[in-house]
Design a protein around this ligand. Structure first.
Ligand code: ACM
Ligand code: ZN
Length: 689
């Protein structure tokens, strides 16, 4: 009985639509904001089950009608335009500016709603605007303001990425996110299906990928990562994981298609592939499982495997684009591998960058033969970019700028603005995340066309948010990270820069967040935003400010902050260690001397350190503070032991300091690294009072 009940529920779920919310007309602010909207006095009333007319034909007509029938207005199709309260027409007489995919005209008078577009996506987006404008009663009747809208997207590519490898998410969950994407006129779902933490796609020819590489004896990524990074058979009693069957993919692709969303699969290569080479170790350089994350590029078997996997993938995904990853390869194994070395010699490749590029070129040729375009993370630039490849710029905008200068198309997704795995509020108030600090307004502030390549803006296909899930193990947490930041990204992607308006957007988001909650989503609630670290808001005045710092140990050039001035510039770090105020020391102690220029009365010396275990940032094990009048003889004022263990996994900032009375010209501050390989020390200011 229960089984049947479940079965009956499923088709309903599959057709669920992001329905209306209890907003009043005055509260309606369409997100993303249309390019042009004029309001008129009065309202339009639409009763539930009213008629709509469309001149769409074929499958487009069927899918649109199904979608409208399931909408909160439960619109019914009619063949006579005169009988219809809402008219959706494909037109070939719209001006050039409205010829773009997704563009539409929406006119609401007191009698009728009239929509025109040159393509089905435009009609669909007009309906999304209509949904957002509606004040809907519980009986399905709705009121609308009278408006004239002319709208079109700024970018053709408006993407959301989700990592389902680190933690697996169900088909229903994916559909729910597609519903929200549609509401905000997002049109590409980048599905990160494979990575070291689990393979998630059925490939008939390689069953071990889903029988073993999709399962691990740990539910949580962090435990798996720290606990040996092993996989297990799906039938093991402690197996956790999952994958999408071909049937699941077909359903999701169709569901997305009805919402004018293209699903782009990502098959990672040549790195982030621990799970593949664990079950097929012959594809790695060592030939041994659990020794590598990279494919061996010297072996033909690697290409045979990748091409077979891609063929099955292409069969499942009609997308014109296929993402092949390409990021973060550890190339050291290739330098030691005789097969890779032979390949380099035979192909005249001068280094391992060119070896990587050899693989990317071959895969790009293969995809081209299959009629597909290749997308890769910006590392695909290393060693020479394959013709026609589209670059997804994530390590800042540099890769995108370089690619555009070479005439390649680009999708901007720089971590600083687009990584939704970063904290969106004070880390102390949030569930554990990988680090960073990416607020709603920062996402909103992003402009995907860098000044430097303004004249090549047509090469920027668009922009995407990335949701990596190392630290995100529940559906609620994923939604907490995506919403409402996706709303900001949607406006970045859709609305022309000069039309954007932060104040009205923020107001709109507050209302829309309530709406998301009503719909069963778990967005972050902006009403409870704590905001930036207070220490970072106002510069600090102290005796050491602007004094010279002598570095006995070097800071990392990747996290140099303001360089040699950083530790005495009065600027303290914010919640993000990326904010160019925190200075990072990699695999080394910190040992610096501040030269006060003259012997000075000193009553306090301190510095603050960060611990954030995800990116390997640890507090020092101890701190030694010493002073000197002549710069050669130092007197130790204090040694401070740290009693917070490296296993403490919450974001924490801790001061290490001394207070007393002394006179000195030189202040030496030493912080001992915890010694973990790859570990960082991060501090922002040596405060001297
Ligand atoms: C990436 O974040 N490794 C693309
Ligand atoms: Zn090799």
């Amino acid at each position: 009985m229960l089984k049947h009940f479940t079965k009956l529920l499923l088709p309903l779920l599959a057709l669920a639509i992001f329905t209306g919310c209890s907003k009043t007309i005055e509260q309606n602010r369409i997100i993303p904001l249309p390019q042009s909207i004029s309001y008129f006095d009065g309202t339009f009333q639409l009763s539930a089950n009213s008629y709509f007319y469309t001149n769409l034909v074929g499958q487009d007509r069927v899918e649109f009608a199904d979608y409208l029938k399931e909408s909160p207005f439960a619109l019914q199709q009619v063949d006579s335009k005169e009988q219809a309260k809402v008219v959706f027409e494909i037109s070939n007489t719209l001006p050039d500016s409205l010829q773009k995919e997704g563009a539409y005209l929406l006119n609401i008078t007191s009698k009728q709603v009239q929509v025109e577009a040159t393509n089905p996506a435009g009609l669909f987006y007009a309906f999304q605007s209509l949904l957002q404008l509606a004040q809907i009663e519980t009986n399905g009747n709705a009121s609308f303001p009278l408006v004239d809208i002319a709208d079109y997207p700024r970018f053709n590519y408006r993407g959301l990425h989700l990592d389902v490898s680190r933690h697996f998410y169900t088909k229903e969950f994916i559909k729910k996110q597609l519903d929200a994407m549609a509401r905000y006129k997002m049109n590409y779902f980048h599905w990160h299906l494979t990575d070291g933490a689990g393979w998630r796609l059925e490939i008939s020819q390689y069953p071990e990928l889903t029988e073993i590489a999709a399962y691990r004896p740990y539910a949580n990524w962090k435990e798996w990562w720290n606990g040996g990074r092993k996989y297990c058979h799906y039938s093991d009693s402690n197996a956790v994981g999952g994958y999408y069957t071909k049937q699941d993919v077909e359903e999701i692709v169709a569901y997305a298609n009805q919402r004018h969303i293209t699903v782009i699969p990502e098959i990672e290569m040549p790195a982030h592939s621990e799970e593949v080479v664990a079950v097929y170790p012959q594809l790695s350089c060592t030939g041994q499982p659990y020794t590598s994350a990279e494919f061996c590029i010297g072996k033909e078997a690697t290409f045979e495997f990748l091409q077979n996997v891609l063929l099955e993938t292409i069969d499942m995904f009609p997308s014109a684009y296929i993402h092949i990853g390409g990021d973060e390869a550890d190339k050291r194994g290739w330098a030691k591998c005789k097969d890779c070395q032979r390949r380099m010699k035979e192909e005249g490749l001068k280094d391992v960058d060119e070896l990587q590029s050899y693989l990317i070129h071959r895969i790009q040729d293969f995809l081209s033969q299959q009629g597909k375009r290749m997308i890769g993370w910006d590392e695909i630039l290393e060693g020479g970019l394959a013709p026609n490849a589209i670059v997804m710029s994530w390590r800042g905008e540099g890769g995108g700028i370089e690619a555009a200068k070479k005439g390649h198309q680009v999708i901007m997704t720089p971590a600083e603005f687009c990584y939704f795995d970063a904290y969106q509020d004070a880390p102390v108030s949030q569930p554990e995340a990988i680090g960073g600090y990416l607020t709603l307004d920062k996402v909103y502030s992003y402009n995907p066309v860098p000044e430097e390549i303004k004249d090549k803006s047509d090469l920027i296909l668009g922009v995407q948010a990335n949701t990596w899930t190392e630290y995100i193990s529940t559906p609620e947490h994923v939604e907490h990270m995506i919403y409402p930041r996706l709303l900001a990204l949607s406006e970045v992607a859709w609305t022309q820069v000069d039309k954007k308006d932060w104040e009205s957007f923020r107001e709109g988001v507050l209302k829309e967040t309530a709406c998301l909650q009503e719909q069963g989503y778990s967005p972050f609630d902006l009403n409870h935003e704590v905001g930036e670290r207070t220490e970072a808001v106002t510069p600090i005045e102290h005796l050491g400010k602007s004094k010279k710092v002598i570095y006995n140990t070097p800071y990392s050039h990747h996290y140099a902050a303001a360089g040699d001035e950083s530790l005495t510039d009065g600027l303290r770090g914010g919640w993000s260690y990326h904010d160019k105020r925190w200075q990072g020391f990699l695999n080394t102690d910190l040992d610096v001397i501040v030269d006060m220029e003259t012997v000075t009365d000193i009553t306090a010396i301190y510095a603050e350190f960060l611990q954030l275990s995800g990116p390997y940032i640890w507090l020092p094990t101890n701190v030694i503070i010493s002073v000197s009048t002549d710069g050669s003889e130092y007197t130790q004022l204090k040694t401070i032991e740290n009693d917070i263990p490296t296993t403490y996994d919450k974001y924490i900032v801790v001061p290490f300091g001394w207070e007393g009375n002394t006179q000195a010209r030189f202040v030496r501050y030493q912080a001992t690294s915890c010694g973990i390989d790859g570990g960082w020390l991060f501090t922002d200011e040596i405060v001297i009072k």
